[in-house]
Design a protein around this ligand. Structure first.
Ligand code: WTA
Length: 629
């Protein structure tokens, strides 16, 4: 499975595109299948219907445990580093993790959770989060992890959409100096979630909770007396492994559906190659398991490869800005993966926090989640990697399941701000607005993918038509990523950013409509328009133009009230950085908000507002510009 040179990559790539079925069946043969496939791939992008390893049955956890245990029983699977450096860390060997997963899996079964049931996991970054995810996979329950920074409303939307039967949470969490009572949020969310039969609570902080008899269960009671072996459920390759909610340009977040066989093969293959993991390496991805990066590259990809995966509960700047680098030294981390936003914020604290650390264990540095600017790239390369570690810039999405365009290990060419080349099996194309493939190099276009790879999303939960409309209808016959990209003279890709109404704040995706809907819930507000604008640390920030019912007498109080509403509807992570109260929004005669103009205003680029003559009332723009500057 491992590619070891750039020359080999080029050959493998050609083969993978010329004959994808052969290519992927070779890779898939490295895994344990309960039953082999009848057909490697069947697909069309029209419905869409995509089936990998058709007819095969498998359990992803058998490929983590049964496959790896004979050789790696006593190897650390997870090293958990707590938020507070004074607290003790936790290590779990493959054997220990397996036993905990089985015990919890048996516990889930004992309360009636079975194959196909949806389980919502709303936990801090503690080992139990990984255990819960894997226990669901063991028994074929579908996990839906919700990032523990989302509000009760967001949580209940996701629980209801998936019709989850169970919620797994903790009493509370510690993140940096902050504490959050998760159980209180869950209680609030569950007021309108009739599908939920039980809530399992892990006692993380030994807080008192409002314990509801006949509904709430303590984690320790669920696992009490449970056997530490649980047989792996036989899953069809195309059975759902998990749902993960993500924001798009319209409506509420949608549940991206990933299935068992293809996701397993693809995350394992991409992890091994991109990070060139060797058997004694220590790998650390700083993401939260609430996002796709944590699913694919803290849990599944690394553990399928019998890697040691570090899991960190805290934040980069607590207790101070050397925390990441201290952890790298503490565990002698070899591969390190983080987001540009974390790098930019640490960069702002200065090099003193890095200089005290050795960091000589590092071999490969990864970046993911948003475009990395040249300054952050160089800082990462020079200050963290001391000029000797390659940077692999991983472009991919919740919907793609795994890394798509990237550098590989230490041998692919490096070019700051360019993600790199497509991985084997990935056929990116740049399209014009007229849906023509741009063949030349040194061009820009809409980034689409021409053929399926094993971890492509299969559906959006409960609404397949939405999946078709969002990803497969804009450009007939292609998977549409929502990103714009550039291809240089050597065929390397640089991701420019979203071309749809998705804003990427600190590597987290939000739809403009989603935030507008939240703002509009505020009783003062008639309507609003939200755009993204460049931010030096977060990458992008949210700018809200708000129309209120009455003249706003005290903008400070009104802003505060709107921020509270957004916190309640989505969570603090989606707060606008700027709110501008205006008397009207710029609209076309047909009533469409001209975001292009608002984006220019938010960027401060008022010299290039473009043609405003098609607006219903061009004077609105003059007013907004006058207020904004
Ligand atoms: C952006 C995160 C530039 C992109 C894995 C994509 C990136 C969205 C990169 C997906 C990168 C992700 N360079 N942009 N290396 N990685 N993006 O679903 O706009 O949270 O469409 O998946 O993040 O975000 P998501």
């Amino acid at each position: 499975m491992r590619i070891t040179s750039f020359e080999q990559y080029k050959e493998v790539y050609q083969e993978s595109i010329a004959n994808p079925e052969n290519f992927w069946s070779d890779i898939a043969s490295h895994f344990i299948w309960k039953k082999k496939w009848d057909k490697v791939l069947e697909w069309n992008f029209d419905e869409p219907k995509i089936e990998w390893f058709k007819g095969a049955t498998v359990n992803i956890t058998e490929n983590i445990f049964e496959k790896n245990l004979p050789q790696y029983e006593n190897k650390n699977a997870i090293i958990w580093e707590p938020n507070d450096p004074k607290q003790k860390n936790i290590t779990l060997t493959y054997k220990e993790l397996f036993e905990k997963v089985c015990q919890f899996a048996n516990g889930l079964k004992s309360i009636g959770i079975k194959k196909g049931d949806r389980v919502c996991i709303y936990l801090p970054m503690i080992p139990e989060l990984a255990i819960a995810v894997l226990a669901c996979a063991r028994i074929g329950a579908i996990h839906s992890v919700v990032f523990a920074g989302f509000s009760a409303n967001s949580l209940s939307d996701r629980i209801q959409d998936a019709e989850a039967k169970l919620v797994i949470t903790a009493d509370g969490l510690n993140r940096g100096a902050k504490e959050v009572s998760l159980k209180t949020i869950v209680d609030e969310a569950l007021k309108i979630c009739p599908s939920v039969k039980y809530t399992i609570i892990f006692p993380c902080l030994a807080w008192e909770v409002n314990f509801k008899e006949n509904h709430d269960l303590w984690w320790n009671d669920v696992i009490k007396n449970q056997n530490n072996y649980c047989p792996a459920e036989e899953m069809d390759s195309e059975d759902i492994l998990f749902i993960l909610y993500t924001s798009g340009s319209t409506g509420k977040p949608k549940g991206v559906v990933h299935t068992c066989g293809g996701y397993m093969v693809y995350t394992a293959y991409t992890f091994l190659n991109v990070y060139q993991y060797e058997k004694d390496d220590i790998y650390w991805c700083t993401a939260d398991i609430g996002w796709i990066t944590g699913h694919s590259y803290i849990i599944y990809g690394p553990l399928l490869n019998a890697a040691t995966s570090v899991m960190f509960e805290g934040v980069p700047t607590f207790p101070d800005a050397s925390r990441f680098w201290q952890i790298v030294d503490k565990y002698k981390v070899n591969q390190f993966l983080t987001a540009p936003t974390a790098l930019r914020s640490l960069m702002a604290y200065g090099e003193d926090y890095v200089k005290k650390q050795d960091l000589s264990s590092l071999k490969i540095l990864g970046t993911v989640g948003e475009p990395i600017n040249a300054e952050a790239w160089h800082w990462y390369h020079d200050v963290i990697g001391k000029g000797k570690c390659p940077i692999v810039d991983n472009w991919w999405q919740t919907e793609t399941g795994g890394i798509m365009i990237t550098g590989i290990g230490s041998f692919s060419p490096l070019k700051p701000t360019f993600a790199g080349y497509p991985l084997p099996g990935i056929e990116p194309v740049l399209l014009t607005p007229e849906v023509k493939e741009i063949q030349e190099h040194d061009v820009e276009g809409y980034l689409c993918i021409k053929s399926p790879w094993p971890a492509i999303l299969r559906s959006t939960y409960g609404d397949h038509e939405r999946c078709r409309l969002t990803y497969f209808s804009h450009y007939n016959g292609y998977y549409f990523t929502g990103d714009g990209a550039k291809r240089d003279e050597n065929g390397m890709y640089r991701i420019i950013g979203r071309i749809d109404d998705v804003i990427n704040v600190s590597g987290h995706r939000f739809g403009t409509a989603e935030i507008e809907n939240a703002i509009n819930e505020n009783e003062l507000v008639i309507e609003s328009a939200v755009v993204g604008y460049p931010h030096p640390i977060k990458g992008q920030s949210i700018y809200a133009f708000v129309v209120c019912e009455h003249d706003v007498l005290d903008e400070f109080i009104a802003s505060k009230s709107i921020l509270e509403t957004v916190t309640k509807e989505i969570g603090k992570i989606a707060l606008p950085e700027k709110i501008l109260f205006v008397s009207a929004l710029p609209k076309t005669r047909s009533g469409k908000i001209m975001r292009r103009i608002l984006r220019k205003i938010a960027e401060g680029d008022i010299a290039n507002l473009g043609d405003t003559s098609t607006l219903l009332d061009p004077a609105v723009v003059t007013e907004i510009v006058g207020k904004a500057f």
